[in-house]
Design a binder for this molecule. Structure first.
Ligand SMILES: NC(=O)c1ccc[n+]([C@@H]2O[C@H](COP(=O)([O-])OP(=O)(O)OC[C@H]3O[C@@H](n4cnc5c(N)ncnc54)[C@H](OP(=O)(O)O)[C@@H]3O)[C@@H](O)[C@H]2O)c1
Length: 297
């Protein structure tokens, strides 16, 4: 009888999302065997025993979970779905990680903190206290209680921007600016933004075992900036005629079904911060070389 050995690979779940796409692409570019699963191949509501069978068959050396419902309003309006996808699914993965001894990288958010004190950067040792349904569901997904002895690593992220974040806030603003439309952007919403390709670079290092992280780690630029200032800095890097203006606004001008957390931002006691200025320059260069495509999206 011959035994067929399945080569090990990195498995990215939520591979069709903004972060999942970028991570899958960088893993493959690094020559790492990667299976990227979109929602059509893996639905978060899958029963845990079925999920275990799916994962066992893939024989992964590492699992990266990019599945999430990220919109604050979406989570508020359908909390059961938010807790199922952001919370329970991650707990199922943590259980499987423990049984199969496969490390899992679980992305979380600064929204697990209250984000209500100006100027505060939250550290890994600070106590979470989410103020939104999104934050609560992501905190459940950190699977703290069952993490003992499971190789389940939580990486909390601040606001993300980058080429793959096409349906998200920063890209939507940039698209309007280069179309010559003036925009109003909140100057009272803070974060310590990170460029999505830098999160992917970090993930590649983690998959390769080249980076040591804690059970909870903050990946951050550590540079507190407002949404308005970030968009202005990106716009300044784009050389094109007839750009729209970026005007400062109050977040109260924009309607939302749940009060938005204004004072996000992360610091890390475990890993170095990521340079924001260089990220903005790289993003500006990417925008300039993809202007036509972005305008026609
Ligand atoms: N983007 C940010 O600024 C930011 C900031 C902090 C933390 N994070 C964290 O980073 C991670 C990735 O976020 P992202 O920006 O990549 O979000 P995203 O673009 O919305 O991607 C989420 C992915 O999850 C999939 N998904 C949603 N519900 C599902 C379900 N029931 N079954 C299977 N797949 C499902 C989506 O599939 P469909 O496309 O088919 O819906 C999508 O591919 C999340 O953990 C998020 O909390 C993001």
């Amino acid at each position: 009888m011959s035994i067929i050995s399945i080569p090990r690979c990195a498995v990215v779940v939520g591979g069709g999302g903004a972060l999942g796409q970028e991570i899958s692409q960088q893993l493959k570019a690094e020559g790492i065997a990667t299976i990227s699963l979109e929602r059509s191949s893996l639905e978060a509501s899958l029963d845990i025993s079925e999920l275990k069978v799916v994962i066992e068959k893939l024989n992964p050396s590492a699992i990266v979970n990019c599945i999430a419902i990220t919109g604050l309003d979406k989570c508020f309006l359908d909390p059961i779905r938010a807790f199922e996808v952001n919370g329970i699914f991650a707990i199922k993965l943590a259980c499987i990680s423990k049984i199969l001894k496969v490390p899992v990288l679980q992305f979380s958010t600064d929204n697990v903190f209250s984000c209500d004190v100006k100027g505060v950067l939250y550290r890994e040792t600070d106590d979470p206290k989410p103020a939104t349904v999104y934050g609560m569901s992501k905190l459940l997904g950190e699977a703290c209680k069952i993490r003992t002895n499971a190789p389940f690593y939580v990486v909390r992220l601040p606001l993300l921007f980058g080429p793959s974040n096409r349906n998200q806030i920063i890209h939507r603003f940039i698209k309007q600016i280069i179309k010559g439309i003036d925009i109003r952007v909140s100057s009272d919403v803070f974060s310590t933004p990170v460029y999505t390709p830098d999160v992917a670079d970090f993930t590649v290092k983690w998959v390769k075992g080249k980076i040591q992280i804690g059970s909870v780690t903050h990946l951050t630029s550590g540079q507190l900036t407002t949404l308005h200032d970030l968009v202005v800095s990106i716009s300044d890097k784009i050389a094109c005629n007839g750009k729209g203006m970026v005007l400062a606004a109050s977040s109260s001008e924009f309607s939302s079904v749940e009060a938005k957390p204004l004072h996000g931002g992360l610091a890390s006691e475990l890993i170095p911060t990521i340079d924001l200025e260089s990220a903005i320059t790289r993003y500006g260069e990417w925008i300039e070389s993809n202007l036509k495509e972005i305008i026609n999206e």
